[in-house]
Design a protein around this ligand. Structure first.
Ligand code: DC
Length: 231
C-alpha cells in the first residue's frame, strides 16, 4: 500500500483544483504543487519590471530576464500549505490579485516561460507521490501520470467562487470584472499555440458545479484507491 503515484489535476480557472489537490496531498502524505502560482509569480515579476502593462508586453525583455527568476515553494506550517517564493521573497499574497490574474494568461503563452517552468515541475515530481494542478499537467508535464483529473464548472459558478474569495480578502472588485477575467482566461488558455488547455484522452472529467468539496474529495479519493489497487 506504499505505492506512490502521480496525480495530475487540470481544468479551467477557479474550478477548485487547488482545494481538491491540497486535500488529496494532505490525506495521502504527498507533495502538492500549484503550477498556476508559478505562472502568476512570473507575471508578477514581469509587472514589477514594467515588462507588461495594460497596453504593452515586452516578451523579449521577459525572455532575456528568465535566468534571473528563481521560483521555490516553502511549506508554511501554520497555513498548512506551501507558499510561493520569487527570488527568495514570499509573494503568495501579491500573486493572487486581480491585476496578476489579468496578465498571467499572456505570460503563460510564452513558450520560453513554459519550458522553464515545465522543467522545474518535472524535477519536483520525479519521485512520484505528488499532486500537481494546472492546465497542462496530464498532457505535457506528466503524460504518464497514473491518475488524471479534468475539472470543469460553468463560468458563472467559477466567477461567483472567485468573487467571494476576493471579497473576503478585501479586494474591491465587481462580480462582472471577475466573470470577464474568468471568460478571457478560458479563451486564452484554450486557444494558445503552446500547450493549450485540453482534456487528456485518459483523463476523468469531473463537473463540480453541483458538488460540494466533501463530495468531490470522496469521488476522487475512490479513484486514487482504485488506481493504486490496480498497480
Ligand atoms: O490556476 P491559476 O488560475 O492560478 O493559473 C493562472 C494562470 O496560469 C492561468 O490563467 C493559466 C496559467 N497556467 C498555465 O498556463 N499552465 C499551468 N500549468 C498552470 C497555469
Amino acid at each position: 500500500m506504499n505505492t506512490k503515484i502521480t496525480i495530475a489535476i487540470d481544468g479551467f480557472s477557479s474550478t477548485g483544483k487547488s482545494t481538491l489537490a491540497k486535500q488529496l496531498a494532505k490525506h495521502l502524505g504527498y507533495i502538492y504543487v500549484d503550477t498556476g502560482a508559478m505562472y502568476r509569480a512570473v507575471a508578477y515579476f514581469a509587472m514589477q519590471k514594467g515588462f507588461i502593462t495594460s497596453s504593452t508586453f515586452d516578451k523579449s525583455a521577459l525572455i532575456a530576464a528568465l535566468p534571473t527568476i528563481q521560483l521555490s515553494f516553502e511549506f508554511n506550517e501554520t497555513l498548512g500549505f506551501a507558499e510561493m517564493y520569487l527570488n527568495n521573497e514570499n509573494v503568495e499574497t501579491q500573486i493572487r490579485t486581480i491585476e496578476v490574474s489579468n496578465y498571467v494568461s499572456k505570460v503563460a503563452e510564452v513558450s520560453e516561460v513554459r519550458a522553464k517552468l515545465v522543467e522545474q515541475q518535472q524535477e519536483m515530481g520525479k519521485n512520484k507521490g505528488i499532486v500537481m494542478d494546472g492546465r497542462d499537467i496530464g498532457t505535457v508535464v506528466f503524460p504518464e501520470a497514473e491518475l488524471k483529473i479534468f475539472m470543469t464548472a460553468s463560468a458563472a459558478t467559477r466567477a461567483q467562487r472567485r468573487f467571494a474569495e476576493l471579497q473576503q480578502k478585501g479586494d474591491e472588485v465587481s462580480y462582472e470584472e471577475v466573470l470577464k477575467n474568468v471568460e478571457e482566461r478560458d479563451y486564452i488558455d484554450t486557444h494558445r499555440a503552446d500547450s493549450p488547455l485540453v482534456i487528456a484522452d485518459d483523463a476523468i472529467e469531473i463537473d463540480n458545479s453541483e458538488l460540494n468539496k466533501a463530495e468531490q474529495f470522496t469521488i476522487v479519493l475512490d479513484l486514487v484507491n482504485e488506481v493504486i489497487k490496480a498497480i
